[in-house]
Design a protein around this ligand. Sequence first.
Ligand code: ASP
Length: 322
Amino acid sequence: MHQRSGANVRPSKIVIIVHGGAGDWPSKLHKQGLSGVGVAADRGFRIVSKEGSALDAVEAAIVMMENNPVFNAGRGSTLNLVGEIETDAAIMDGKTLKGGGVALLRDIRNPIKAARIVMDKTDHVLLAGEAARKLALANGLAKSNLRLSKRVHAWKEGLRKLKKNGVLYLSGTSPEVLQRFLLKSSDTVGALALDNDGNLAAACSTGGVSLKLPGRIGDSAILGAGLYADNESGAATATGIGEQTMRLVISKAACDLMRHADAVSATTRIIRYSTMAVGVGTGLIALDRFGRHSVAHNTRNLCWAARTVDVSTAKMFGTRVS
Ligand code: ASP
């Protein structure tokens, strides 16, 4: 059997990079968004700087953002077409290639913790709906009302606009209309880390795209699409319109490129291809096995923060690629 040698893994430093979504961040929310990603990056960085694992760091960073109502994840998740919350999340370990995902959770306070339970305590990779909820509760996870009045307001406003555009739901509308609606709430969260042992990890969590059909599962629950991590190449996590991301299996594609390219050129190439193949609506953060990180998007904004031993950054955009 093929053994993953890890022989070519030579990390230069510990790193964490997180994002808070590639949506149309209105300027009045920039401060809150940047502070939210900054605090999450700090939290994760503290873990890797004390010899903790990349896996624990990305989970902790995501928990911080799930608990922060500015983001569309955990508390503050966006609402689907019928006004319900259905969250998705996943986590992946670059050392073992193990991963866990959950989809369609309604009231679990921290979906990322449920994803970690799927990874650590089951033989499966993805659980959805009531069964995933029961597993989370049986393992002691807390329930919470994730619904915020600002999201209810946005939902009502979205329904009104749909009606005005003469459509019942988003499928079948023009790509422009689709993007205008979906990118309103793309404040999904993601995190990537490299630890002292050279291990990479990735995690992400979301309420999904607003006004989605009930039962819709997005890229953030799915290894390869919403996230991927492999010690022998790199780690990546995506944000934006999940339907685009899933069609391109974008995070795995980025990791494959990072076998021979650095994070910057991998993300730039993938986003350029994504724009050409499926249109505007995607953002991607990546971390290669040498600790070089990158942020690329074809959306207006991508809220992100990174911490290394010597640099601390938080920005509302990365490299805009058309
Ligand atoms: N990618 C997420 C989804 O489609 C949404 C987002 O990134 O904001 O569910």
